[in-house]
Design a protein around this ligand. Structure first.
Ligand SMILES: [Zn+2]
Length: 435
């Protein structure tokens, strides 16, 4: 049997993929700075060492820790129903006694919605909707938050994509002095804050948080190939504490481990080496991978042929590669998918929504594999809600993601020419300025 056939056979027959996923989900949502994240990191260190037979490294990363204490929301007025919310990640605390202001409901919260209501935002709390994140026309929560902040809003609320008193979480600001208190609220609470007969609802938000310097680390291991080049396979460790962060991103971690295990025996005889990077602080503005990518000298960047980043690779059987503007990744991926017999959609514009963006920023060809792109009814709609749990993942989806990832990585490890051309710093800057 050739390398590819042996790899596929190992993947088909393995039961480790599902057990790793279940173990990772068992630790909880892996929110940065919690025992859940620390236990998951320890587990990954052991599993990555076993998968690669190589030492596991990871530099200590110091950062400003942030934990929720409480989030209380209320609408002023007789007979107002109780409201439910949870502070967004790194929201500042409100002053003692809370923050009270009128709520301006901007609906979905597109740039147009902000422009039409321009005069109504200053001094008020902005309310918008959370959108399905993996879609071409989607407006990200952080973008809406920035639009609200720069127009003088004093608070930011985002309503859950799901009915039934389901909360939603996610990042907001980056811990700066101009950040405004931000919370995710249930759809029912958002409805109670809507304008009535042209009058804005008056709301009070009280957010308490704990901040303290702390530290964490990335988890990396590598198996050298015959030549000096590398393929970096990555997935982020951290998640959110509303659920298990099963799809986002225990799925990516389990698949990366599985692919490393299946390929490890062959890598020393292949053209390129395999480096596996489990980055943390992804949900905090892609911090772990940024520190790693920024630590690479230009010559080291040149030697990374491609970054294959796995983030939320189950919850739908359909996978999409976001190829970050690297046009020649498209034919490479088409060939890899064709070899596997599996379907793969390709979406080229850079979506800076996961760790691959930091590799792309250094000019390294980088892609993110994601399930459910442009499928708002897929189970990925539960991301960032209490619904991101193990039961949303079908074992067959995870297996397909592992098979397809392994085909892509094997092709990158063996390809004679470059996987795709690197970008110069000028080309990266030019791409970033394209709207
Ligand atoms: Zn993610």
């Amino acid at each position: 049997m050739g390398t590819r056939e042996q790899m596929v056979s190992r993947l088909w027959n393995s039961t480790d993929l599902w057990s790793d996923l279940a173990e990772l989900c068992g630790f909880g949502g892996r929110f940065c700075g919690t025992p859940s994240e620390a236990r998951a990191r320890e587990y990954l260190r052991g599993r990555l060492a076993a998968a690669t037979g190589a030492p596991v490294t990871g530099r200590r990363i110091g950062y400003e820790g942030w934990q929720r204490e409480s989030c209380a929301l209320a609408r002023r007025g007789a007979g107002a129903p109780p409201l439910h919310g949870t502070s967004l990640v790194r929201s500042p605390a409100t002053p003692a006694g809370g923050l009270e202001a009128e709520v301006v409901d901007l609906g979905r919260g597109t740039l147009e919605d902000f422009r039409v209501n321009e005069a109504d935002i200053d001094g008020r709390i902005v309310l918008v909707h959370h959108e399905y994140m993996f879609a071409s026309g989607h407006v990200h929560r952080r973008q809406k938050y920035l639009w609200a902040r720069e127009r003088g809003a004093v608070g930011f609320l985002i309503s859950s994509p799901l009915p039934g008193q389901s909360l939603v979480t996610g990042s907001s600001g980056e811990g700066g002095a101009d950040d405004i208190p931000a919370a995710g609220v249930t759809q029912e609470s958002a409805a109670a804050l809507a304008r009535v007969r042209g009058r804005h609802a008056q709301a009070r938000i009280e957010i308490r948080t704990r901040r303290a310097p702390t530290h964490t680390e990335n988890v990396l291991a590598e198996i050298a190939g015959r030549g000096p080049e590398w393929v970096v396979l990555s997935a982020h460790i951290d998640g959110h504490d509303l659920a298990q962060s099963a799809m986002d991103n225990a799925s990516g971690l389990a698949v990366a481990l599985e692919v490393a295990r299946a390929l490890a025996p062959f890598v020393p005889s292949l053209r390129r080496g395999l480096r596996v990077g489990f980055f943390t602080l992804e949900e905090w503005g892609l911090t772990g991978s940024r520190i790693y990518a920024d630590s690479l000298a230009p010559a080291e960047c040149e030697r990374i042929a491609v970054n294959v980043n796995l983030d939320s690779v189950a919850g739908s059987p359909w996978l999409t590669a976001l190829t970050s503007g690297f046009a020649d990744l498209d034919p490479f991926l088409h060939d890899a998918a064709a070899a596997s017999g599996l379907a793969l959609r390709i979406f080229r514009p850079l979506m800076p929504n996961s760790d691959h963006a930091n590799f792309a920023r250094r000019g390294i060809p980088a892609l993110r594999l994601v399930a459910g792109f442009d499928e708002p009814d897929s189970r990925l709609r539960y991301l960032l809600t209490p619904g991101d749990t193990l039961d949303k993942i079908a074992p067959s989806e995870l297996k397909l993601a592992a098979l397809l990832t392994a085909e892509i990585v094997l092709k990158a490890l063996t390809a004679d020419g470059p996987v795709a051309a690197h970008k110069t710093a000028d080309e990266v800057r030019a791409a970033e300025h394209v709207p």
